[in-house]
Design a protein around this ligand. Structure first.
Ligand code: ROI
Length: 161
């Protein structure tokens, strides 16, 4: 059983509803419990010309293996109408494995910790709601240091969904 953090994002087709639907789907994965969900946060896309995103983080306790979980997340994305037209394109649902226990994973399909989570306010601030105060990432970085280096500016925290 591992504690896993999932980054969730949507900027199409009622993003808040997409995230709530995804949380429901996560709760139904085999061998998996949703241990917590952050507030929802809105922010502009890192790419101009896209709708604003809603993002959140979910904490799971799961006995799935990393690639089993990745397959399951991609199935949920596809079920919720994800179309993979362009790499950074707008999407109905994006589910990223941010952290998988204290594992460092470097496989062609899956790199954990997620390669850009250290820089993204819309990942770090929701994660901080769920993780312990002195949280240490498996690559040796303290969440508190990452937060201190990553301005909250531009994030809008919504009422708990
Ligand atoms: N911007 C925000 N605010 N949230 C995201 O989840 C997100 N995801 C992306 C890009 C297009 C980089 N921008 C984003 O893939």
């Amino acid at each position: 059983m591992e504690r896993i953090y999932i980054g969730m994002g949507s900027n199409l087709a009622a993003p808040d509803r997409q995230l709530r639907c995804a949380i429901e789907a996560l709760a139904h994965l085999p061998g998996t419990r949703v241990a917590g969900v952050s507030a929802f946060y809105q922010s502009d896309s890192l790419l101009t010309g896209q709708p604003r995103y809603t993002n959140a983080v979910a904490a799971l306790d799961s006995s799935l293996a990393p690639l089993e979980l990745l397959d399951a997340l991609q199935a949920i994305e596809n079920d919720q109408g994800r179309e993979r037209l362009e790499r950074w394109g707008p999407r109905t649902l994006d589910l990223d494995i941010l952290l998988f226990g204290d594992q460092l994973i470097d496989e062609p399909r899956l790199k954990v910790p997620h390669y850009q989570m250290h820089l993204r306010a819309f990942v770090l601030y929701p994660l901080a709601e769920l993780a312990p105060a002195d949280f240490l990432l498996p690559d040796g970085q303290h969440l508190s240091d990452l937060l201190a280096a990553c301005p909250f500016a531009g994030l809008e925290r919504l009422a708990i969904a």
